[in-house]
Every structure is written in structure tokens, then in C-alpha cells.
Write a protein that binds this ligand. Structure first.
Ligand code: PBG
Ligand code: ZN
Length: 336
């Protein structure tokens, strides 16, 4: 260390523990602070009225109908939460995922109702097709010239644009594409601009790894791939070299905020992205990370509250400006 304060004096003149003796001073020196305004709460919406369906894989989370989504948003707003991230569960699925851009579908209906009931709740709409396709992939399937079935990247773009436009028209404040198709940010930006949604920002799932930690989400959203996996489009957790290009491309194409997902095993990636770009960085603490903590706390491994504060706090310390977490409601209560 070149800093003189680190090299000058050693024990007994320098006692770092002196900074830890007074609880008030400890509180003042806690410079990495979680704040309710940093949190984004995921919401699973499904057609119906006055309905809630528990999600077995995600304790305390539920699928809710659009009217309940509006009530929930109101409750969360009263708790100090500022943003929700909407995922839709359609009544019918097909090969192209046409439910994704249905103006009468649950995401559009929830966006409309939330904005009407709680105008200052930020509504972020996840854009992807996997909840809406009968095969569970994030884009339509085609057979490549070598006979292999794959997701048709360029055909997916037009469909993602339709979904993004439907959500913007329904009042979503932010559009968040999570599909990992190449070129989607540019395509969606152009589509939004052409429809006079130049003011609607894009939160890009820029660095999204193919992770086993999405398991509970896929049960919650009914979006399990029916064959194969997502490794031809989501990133390989071992491929550190792809992080910067993915972020650079999305920024060049017009992303306004960039996301890293999952969060806990990727703190180094969050720090890298934080250092590499000037834009807000969002981290997604995903369903499997949530389920692990809830299960470990239930098994008596640790108390849930301090564990969540430490683990979500670590994501903040790594450099995330905003954190998407299924603990948002609990954290809002704890943070006061
Ligand atoms: C859809 C999507 C997924 C998640 C967010 N958007 C699942 C996936 O890619 O299979 C995962 C979120 C979580 O696990 O909490 N593309
Ligand atoms: Zn998807």
C-alpha cells in the first residue's frame, strides 16, 4: 500500500479494532448501505380475479391475478418499495409465444392496473418468450442446415419487439429483455422509438449466465425448456471473456441500465461491469439463491434476517446500484 496511513505505525499504535468499539461509530462507518429504494420486487401475474396461487418451489412467493397485483403494489409502495418486475403466466402457449404481446394478457393488464392504482410505482416488464412458448425456449425453434434444432435468433427479434411494444403501450415504465438473443437491444430500441416511446428506458439482461439457479423460477413461471437447455443463448459461467463484449454491445445498441444475473456467485462480474461502464448496474438475486437461503434458514443453519442482510449487502458492495430480489418485501420491513 502506498497510502501513508496504511504503512505508518503498527501495533500497538495502530489498533483497527478501535473503529469497532462504539456501535454508533460502527453504524456511521457502514458506508455500503442497503436502501429500500435499491430494491426491485419480482411479481408473477396470471389471468383471473382476486386470485393467488402459491408457488411450491418459492416459499412465500405467489402467482397473482392483475387486480391482486395492483393491491400488492399498493402494499409494497406503502412499505417503501419503488419498483416491480413483471412476469406473465399465459393461459395458452404456442410455438412462437404469441401470448407475450397479448394486450389482454396478464402482464399488460397488471401494468395498466398497477399504474392506475399506484402511479409512482416503477413498473418494469420482463420481455421474453419462454413463459409463452409451448417448447419453453426463449425464441422460436428452427432446424439448422446441419439438422440441429436451435432457437432462431433473428426471427425472435420481431416477436420480442412486439412484446416490448405491448408492455410500453400498457404503461410499463421500463422494458427488460431477458432472452439473450443477439441484437435484441437495438431491435427493441428501434421499435420503441418508432412508436414514440423514446422516453422508455431499456434494462438489459446484458450478462445472463446459463445457471442451475433458475430452477424455482421456471416452476413459478412454467417456463422449463421441453428439450435441451439454454446454453446456446445464455452465457457459460466459465467464459469470463464474454462479459465485457456482452455489456459493450448492449450499451452500443442503446441499453440504459445493464444487469448481471445471477448475483451471489458472480460478484466479481458485478464489480467488473461496475468498473467497465458508466451506466446503472442492476443485479438479479435469482430464485435459486432465494430458495437456498430460505431452506438453509428453515433447516436452522442460520437466522434468515442476518443472512439476507449480509448476502444482499454483499451484492451492493460488489457494485450493484439496484438489486432484484424475492426478499424485497421482507427487506423493506427490516430496513425500516
Ligand atoms: C426468462 C427469465 C428467467 C429468469 C428471469 N427471466 C429464467 C430463465 O432464463 O430460464 C430467472 C429468474 C430467477 O431465477 O429468479 N428468460
Ligand atoms: Zn426466456
Amino acid at each position: 500500500m502506498s497510502d501513508a496511513s496504511f504503512s505508518s505505525g503498527g501495533f500497538p499504535a495502530r489498533r483497527m479494532r478501535r473503529l469497532r468499539q462504539n456501535a454508533t461509530l460502527r453504524e456511521m462507518l457502514a458506508t455500503v448501505r442497503l436502501d429500500r429504494r435499491d430494491l426491485i420486487a419480482p411479481m408473477f401475474v396470471r389471468a383471473g380475479t382476486g386470485a393467488r396461487w402459491p408457488i411450491a418451489a418459492l416459499p412465500r412467493q405467489e402467482q397473482i391475478s392483475p387486480d391482486v397485483a395492483a393491491e400488492t403494489a399498493k402494499r409494497w409502495r406503502d412499505l417503501g418499495l419503488r419498483a416491480v418486475l413483471l412476469f406473465g403466466i399465459p393461459e395458452k402457449k404456442d410455438a412462437v409465444g404469441s401470448g407475450a404481446w397479448d394486450a389482454a394478457g396478464p402482464v399488460c393488464q397488471a401494468a395498466l392496473r398497477i399504474k392506475r392504482a399506484v402511479p409512482d410505482m416503477l413498473v418494469i416488464a420482463d420481455v421474453c418468450l419462454c413463459e409463452y412458448t409451448d417448447h419453453g425456449h426463449c425464441g422460436p425453434i428452427y432446424t439448422r442446415s446441419d439438422g440441429v434444432q436451435d432457437v432462431d435468433n433473428d426471427a425472435a427479434l420481431a416477436l420480442l419487439c412486439q412484446a416490448a411494444l405491448a408492455y410500453a403501450q400498457a404503461g410499463a415504465d421500463v422494458i427488460a429483455p431477458s432472452d439473450m438473443m443477439d441484437g435484441r437491444i437495438g431491435a427493441i430500441r428501434a421499435a420503441l422509438d418508432a412508436a414514440q416511446f423514446t422516453h422508455v428506458p431499456i434494462l438489459s439482461y446484458a450478462v445472463k449466465f446459463a445457471s442451475c439457479l433458475y430452477g424455482p423460477f421456471r416452476e413459478a413461471a412454467g417456463s422449463c425448456p421441453q428439450f435441451g437447455d439454454r446454453r446456446t443463448y445464455q452465457m457459460d459461467p466459465r467464459a469470463l471473456g464474454q462479459v465485457r463484449p456482452e455489456v459493450a454491445l448492449d450499451i452500443a445498441e442503446g441499453a440504459d441500465l445493464v444487469m448481471v444475473k445471477p448475483a451471489g456467485a458472480y460478484l466479481d462480474v458485478i464489480a467488473t461491469v461496475r468498473a467497465a461502464c458508466q451506466l446503472p448496474v442492476v443485479a438479479y438475486h435469482v430464485s435459486g439463491e432465494y430458495a437456498m437461503i430460505v431452506a438453509a434458514a428453515a433447516a436452522g443453519c442460520f437466522e434468515e434476517k442476518p443472512a439476507v442482510m449480509e448476502l444482499i449487502g454483499g451484492i451492493k458492495r460488489a457494485g450493484a446500484d439496484l438489486i432484484i430480489t424475492y426478499f424485497a418485501e421482507r427487506l423493506a420491513g427490516w430496513l425500516g
